[in-house]
Design a protein around this ligand. Structure first.
Ligand code: ADP
Ligand code: MG
Length: 343
């Protein structure tokens, strides 16, 4: 066969294989874009588990008309210019792939209006070459991305979609995780026109505590111990349930990015094991904060994992910090915890 450059849509569809596994992955990418845009309100509307519609609306910076086409192109990003930026990345996105990928496996429209622009514009890509059409629309300040008929043109992927109920459960779980990454942002999740979750944000401690209870449950609020531990340039804080309880809220964040990081999970499991001698790990919500230069986030296309430069040190630090709190007298989710949520 002769060597040929792939048509844009096909190249994007191949790339989509890495980031767009299911409706929840679309929601993740789009909500992260909204967060990167400085939004304080994000509305997530889902129809039929995301099979039919995923719509994310935000009140963030918006995208100027002239850049709408670029935003839908592969390797187009406003978040990164040099390799040095990549080593010091603080935005959630940086690969410039999500919109192009999602758009190649669905019917995607991007509508936006920056505050300084008088009218709103809408863009969508069509055909083999993903030629982008731009037309006027009406939209308040901010951005809406509408994703219809996910995988309509990739039957092999569509076959892997589960029932609406299962796909929505994945979305719900994801939104819970994200909600605990940004207490300063309000999130609303609807399914088939009904409000399913509403995480308010008004800067008050009460609202933040209510959010933790909404996500992790009342028992968590009542029984979890508060942890706050720091050494030079490394801080760990959050809550851990006592030994002997069981739970499924096991959330970890690295510099505000939700993570299912193996090293952190291993450290937590080891700490509980050393204390209780059992493998069972209860619920926890933990935030690790360190110099972004100490973590490589460009390890996994969907950014589920990171690589720590000082892996051993961080692992042992977490084991010690968790052991200390879990084995000591239980502090209720008291005043000190409330203060942390308020930050
Ligand atoms: P990345 O997030 O890696 O930069 P994406 O494909 O997700 O790549 O988005 C491409 C670009 O489109 C972003 O860099 C950003 O400039 C712009 N963009 C996407 N979504 C939004 C949004 N909700 N609000 C403002 N700008 C956005
Ligand atoms: Mg992105």
């Amino acid at each position: 066969m002769a060597i040929e450059i792939l048509p844009a849509r096909l190249a994007n569809q191949i790339a989509a294989g890495e980031v767009v596994e299911r409706p929840a992955s679309v929601v993740k990418e789009l909500v992260e874009n909204s967060l990167d845009s400085g939004a304080t309100k994000i509305q997530i509307d889902i129809e039929r588990g995301g099979h039919k519609l995923i719509r994310i609306r935000d009140n963030g910076s918006g995208i100027i008309k002239e850049e709408l086409t670029l935003a839908l192109s592969r390797h187009a990003t406003s978040k990164l210019k040099t390799l040095d930026d990549l080593e010091n990345i603080i935005s959630l996105g940086f690969r410039g792939e999500a919109l192009a990928s999602i758009s190649s496996v669905s019917r995607l429209t991007l509508s936006s209006k920056p505050e300084a622009q008088e009218t709103a514009w809408q863009a969508f890509a069509e055909g083999r070459d993903m030629a982008v059409q731009v037309q006027p629309t009406s939209h308040p300040n901010g951005t809406t991305v509408e994703v219809k008929d996910l995988f309509f043109n990739t039957p092999a992927r569509r076959k892997f979609l589960r029932t609406e109920k299962t796909e929505f459960a994945h979305i719900d779980e994801l939104v819970k995780r994200i909600a605990l990454s940004r207490f300063d942002v309000a999130f609303t999740l609807t399914h088939n026109g009904k409000v399913v979750r509403q995480y308010r944000s008004n800067g008050s401690v009460e609202a933040n505590i209510q959010r933790v209870a909404q996500v992790a449950g009342k028992a968590f609020l009542e029984q979890a111990a508060f942890l706050e531990s720091g050494t030079d340039g490394l801080t760990l804080f959050g809550w851990l349930m006592p030994v002997g309880t069981s739970g499924t809220t096991q959330y970890t964040y690295v510099n505000g990015r939700m993570m299912r990081d193996k090293l952190i999970q291993h450290a937590i499991r080891q700490a509980y094991e050393e204390i209780a001698g059992s493998e069972e790990v209860p619920s926890f919500v933990l935030y690790l904060v360190l110099d972004p230069r100490q973590v490589d986030v460009n390890v996994h296309p969907a950014k589920h994992e990171v690589r720590f430069h000082q892996a051993r040190l961080i692992h042992d630090f977490i084991v010690q910090a968790v052991k200390q709190v879990v084995s000591s007298e239980q502090h209720a989710f008291g005043e000190i915890a409330t203060n942390a949520v308020a930050e």
